[in-house]
Design a protein around this ligand. Structure first.
Ligand SMILES: NC(=O)c1ccc[n+]([C@@H]2O[C@H](COP(=O)([O-])OP(=O)(O)OC[C@H]3O[C@@H](n4cnc5c(N)ncnc54)[C@H](OP(=O)(O)O)[C@@H]3O)[C@@H](O)[C@H]2O)c1
Length: 287
């Protein structure tokens, strides 16, 4: 039987480090603050934003939520972002996804100052990631990388299989694993016989959004399995991995809830500090 990879405990350790960084910024007269823009009423988004605000409070990062109606125009939304971009008291800006259909998400995300882009979704930050430069990186895959390093999982020379290729998780995940010298395979909806690939993975990261997709048959003995999926079912929250069955076969498996979710939020706190530090020292070279 494998070990459960406790993301919640690790997130608390990251928060302790963030508290020290916030204090160091405070000593230089900077009070880091995160501004979240929430458009419309999406129940899951409400929950995520509440978790983010609570996490900010735990580490003394200021957090502000700007609520806009679902009918807001793209121009008004981008206007708010422009105001926040030019406000030196604002260090991080996050536009909660999904946005309503009449708004073009990529235009909105690219209107955020890339130095304040704590989600790492701006083209410039995506470009930095794709070219191995040190920009602001997306929180979820960054959190997965931290889970692997903290648990002593070797990426160099390992075969890592990423299931899912979204811009938010799968693609940046594959880029980060590649940057850490893994041999990376990406599996998606059109992959023929996906289990052929996943069952060869030393590391399997799953970000699809289909409960129970990953059965033991998809996983090799002794693999490390990271479940990014969040699915709301009538029995509560679950991931994409058949947790108990896969745990019997794997070396390490992250649970849902209590795995990647808390680490994603911890990385958001880290990115907010990182953004504030870079704005302070004008280290624009890398960003
Ligand atoms: N824990 C966290 O903090 C966190 C953060 C973000 C997301 N999530 C969760 O992670 C999951 C994925 O999120 P996302 O934003 O990446 O979702 P997404 O944009 O819907 O992307 C899902 C990906 O899965 C692929 N896919 C769909 N069915 C598949 C199948 N049967 N076999 C292989 N690949 C398949 C899709 O392939 P195609 O590209 O070919 O369509 C797509 O690339 C969701 O459950 C989401 O709630 C969790």
């Amino acid at each position: 039987v494998g070990e459960v990879l406790d993301g919640k405990a690790l997130a608390r350790r990251v928060e302790a480090q963030v508290i020290a960084r916030v204090a160091a910024l405070g000593a230089q007269g900077v009070a880091p603050s995160l501004h979240v823009i929430l458009v419309g009423e999406v129940h899951a988004s409400d929950i995520y934003v509440r978790h983010k605000q609570r996490a900010c409070a735990r580490v003394s990062i200021g957090s502000h939520v700007h609520r806009l109606p679902a009918s807001v125009t793209q121009a008004v939304l981008c206007g708010l972002i422009a105001e926040l971009n030019s406000d030196p008291q604002v260090h991080g800006i996050l536009v909660q996804l999904p946005l309503p259909d009449h708004i073009q998400a990529h235009i909105v995300l690219n209107s955020v100052d890339h130095l304040k882009d704590v989600d790492g979704f701006h083209y410039i930050n995506a470009g930095h990631l794709a070219t191995d430069r040190n920009g602001l990186a997306p929180c979820t895959p960054k959190g997965v990388m931290r889970m692997l390093t903290e648990h002593g999982v070797t990426t160099r020379g390992s075969h890592a299989v990423v299931v899912g290729r979204s811009r938010v998780v799968g693609r940046p995940m594959a880029a980060m694993l590649l940057a850490e010298d893994a041999t990376v395979t990406i599996v998606h909806r059109h992959t023929a016989g996906p289990a052929r690939y996943t069952s060869q993975g030393d590391i399997v990261v799953v970000a699809v959004g289909r409960p129970g997709l990953i059965t033991p048959h998809w996983v090799k003995h002794g693999a490390v399995v990271i479940d990014v999926g969040i699915n709301r079912t009538e029995h509560g929250l679950c991931g994409d991995v058949q947790f108990d069955a896969v745990l019997d076969k794997a070396k390490l498996v992250s649970p849902v809830p209590g795995g990647v979710g808390p680490m994603t939020i911890a990385m958001l706190l880290e990115n907010t500090c990182e953004a504030a530090e870079r704005q302070l020292t004008r280290r624009r070279d890398d960003l």
